[in-house]
Design a protein. Structure first.
Length: 174
């Protein structure tokens, strides 16, 4: 692997791990390079891996009904993607494209489970760090949706928001 282990230890997702734990992760990640414009993950596919951006930028998008994509976010070095499918077996909720040439490290879920079995501390820290990433993304989405709804004064949009809010915050079934 060309990515030094120090690069992994600097990533937020591995914050709180010992040097030995980071080295274990380093031995199990696979470096992948993508040219600008390449689709890295496809919405609906089910790859259980955590993707760590080492170099370059990615675009996160969702498919629209008209065949196009709607951009959701831009990711930069240090960011991760695939975390929802990494934690819970489910299809990818978005497409990921390389905006520039990109270098990633891919960590398979089975390698995470081996590490968590060997070192419950490492498993806990990584899971906590992933939860922090997800919580921050939900916080930003909540803020954005509330601002959007404040601009909308039609009852149909308010009803739509209530339906969305209800589906997100109630009846969680796994």
């Amino acid at each position: 692997m060309n990515v030094p282990s120090e690069k992994l230890s600097s990533l937020h997702i591995f914050g709180g791990l010992t040097e030995e734990e980071v080295t274990t992760v380093w031995h199990s990640v696979v470096q992948k390079r993508f040219d600008a414009g390449t689709q890295i993950l496809e919405e609906g596919a089910g790859v259980q891996a955590l993707w760590l951006i080492i170099e370059g930028e990615c675009v996160v998008s969702r498919s629209r009904g008209d065949g196009g994509d709607h951009e959701l976010a831009r990711l930069k070095p240090g960011d991760v993607f695939g975390e929802m499918s990494f934690i819970r077996t489910a299809p990818h909720s978005a497409n990921i494209y390389a905006e520039t040439d990109v270098v990633t490290c891919v960590w398979k879920r089975e390698d995470y489970l081996k590490l968590a079995e060997q070192s419950p501390h490492a498993g806990f820290r990584i899971t906590s760090n992933i939860a922090a990433v997800l919580a921050e993304r939900i916080r930003r989405m909540d803020h954005w949706v509330c601002e959007l709804m404040a601009q909308t004064d039609t009852q149909s949009h308010r009803d739509e928001w209530e339906s969305f809010r209800s589906s997100v915050y109630t009846n969680w079934q796994f």
